[in-house]
Ligand binder design. Structure first.
Ligand code: AOF
Ligand code: ZN
Length: 394
């Protein structure tokens, strides 16, 4: 087992795969399936270890791989951080480091093996080199630079190849990568915190935190999994937020790009977003002599003065060109409202606090609005006394 096993729940308990996984994936009726119970177990384990790369590998997807022989998992690996080994190569290295023979083994991989020389050599060649004779994948790689190539290459080399095992689970795990491959735009994740009356702030009082410590941790986890965090300029002026990952381990990842929709370039030059040394992008539409110590882009066509709207389609294209795969929209109400009314939110995390803010400012978010935006409630969780609702596009 490689040292990287420190991230895994039970790095040495390879054979306990099934009992570890039980709760996270739907139980299947095996009798009418083309897959055996053991094959399910293997792919579940591959999906489980892939989680170690979440928040660390963007713009690559998190990928996991297990090697199995004679109904026994013999090695496992995952893509741990950008530039590190791909999952297949990590699994082969895991076997090698423990002197385990890979000849004749089956590889279960959550993504089609790559067949290109990128940051690492092709996984297809590594699998052949290791003597793997069967490859089972969950999802195809829709990255245009590798599309289809991996499976074709393996088939031509007489490897027994099958696909589609736990495919929807894998697609969900790699959703931002898959979305970007298809649309060249980021997935939009909305985060909002509301008091017990649906308010987000107190109009007369100073800005104050009203969600639990655990909810704040959750927000930092969301930032870690996002390539960029977006707010409107009013939020910057009112809260002077940092929008960085601080409460959870950043690992080998970098801080998300902070983006401010700032029509008239009103972001204070002394604000945290400008002065803390992390990257910020201010998007504005009026010529301005102001000198700000961060990147600014003047895009008159992004803002419609007459309709008081931002051209969000244009914005998403621009961010997609920068290989932003997940955009976290953190506020405030005007920005949320526009993304929701244009049905551009792919998923939303709504934190409901029991606290009652005096003289509250409406958040403009409720179940009806989320449903009208095409979202459905997937689950609700208690997070340190708050209720966190997770909504996703149906
Ligand atoms: C795999 N196994 O674990 C991952 C794959 O530039 P590179 O070399 O890092 O390659 C990145 C691309 O490879 C990425 O965009 C995706 O298409 C694929 N990711 N492939 O065989 C892996 N993470
Ligand atoms: Zn690869």
């Amino acid at each position: 087992m490689s040292e990287r096993g420190e991230h895994s729940n039970n790095p040495h308990g390879l054979l306990k795969a099934k009992s570890q996984m039980g709760a996270s994936y739907p139980e299947r009726c095996m009798s009418d399936s083309k897959w055996t119970d053991f094959e399910f177990q293997c792919m579940k384990r591959a999906l489980e270890v892939a989680k170690n790369g979440i928040g660390q590998v963007s713009p690559n997807p998190p990928v996991g791989c297990v090697l199995a022989r004679n109904e026994e998992i013999i090695a496992e690996g995952w893509h741990d951080h950008l530039g590190d080994l791909h999952a297949e190569q990590a699994a082969i290295a895991d076997a090698e480091s423990r002197g385990v023979e890979t000849q004749g083994a089956t590889a279960f991989v959550t993504l089609e093996p790559c067949n290109h020389h990128g940051r690492t050599p092709p996984c297809t060649e590594a699998l052949l080199w290791a003597g793997i004779n069967r490859v089972v994948i969950a999802a195809e790689d829709t990255n245009p630079t590798v599309r289809g190539g991996g499976l074709e290459y393996l088939k031509r080399a007489n490897i027994d190849v099958s696909q589609g095992l736990l495919e929807s689970e894998a697609l969900q795990q790699m959703s931002s990568f898959m979305h970007w491959c298809e649309y060249r735009r980021p997935i939009v994740t909305l985060k909002a915190a509301l008091d017990c009356n649906g308010n987000v702030d107190s109009i007369s009082g100073p800005p104050a935190r009203f969600t639990s410590e655990e909810s704040l941790d959750e927000v930092h986890r969301l930032r870690l999994q996002s390539d960029a965090v977006l707010v409107g300029v009013n939020t910057v002026i009112r809260d002077n937020p940092r929008l960085t990952v601080r409460r959870v381990n950043l690992g080998k990842s970098s801080q998300p790009l902070r983006i401010v929709l700032d029509r008239r370039l009103r972001t204070p030059v002394t604000s945290e977003l400008v002065t803390d040394g992390n990257d910020t992008l201010l998007l504005h539409c009026e010529e301005n002599e102001k000198s700000v110590e961060c990147e600014t882009i003047l895009i008159p066509s992004l803002f419609s003065e007459r309709r008081k709207r931002v051209d969000l389609e244009q914005l998403l294209d621009l961010l997609g060109d920068r290989i932003i795969q997940r955009l976290l929209v953190e506020g405030g109400p005007d920005v949320w409202g526009q993304f929701l009314s244009e049905k551009l939110v792919d998923e939303a995390y709504i934190f409901h606090s029991t606290i009652n803010l005096e003289d509250g400012l409406k958040g403009g978010i409720d179940s009806k609005i989320l449903e009208n935006a095409g979202l459905v409630l997937i689950n609700s969780e208690n997070i340190g006394g708050d209720r966190m609702d997770y909504w996703r596009k149906s």
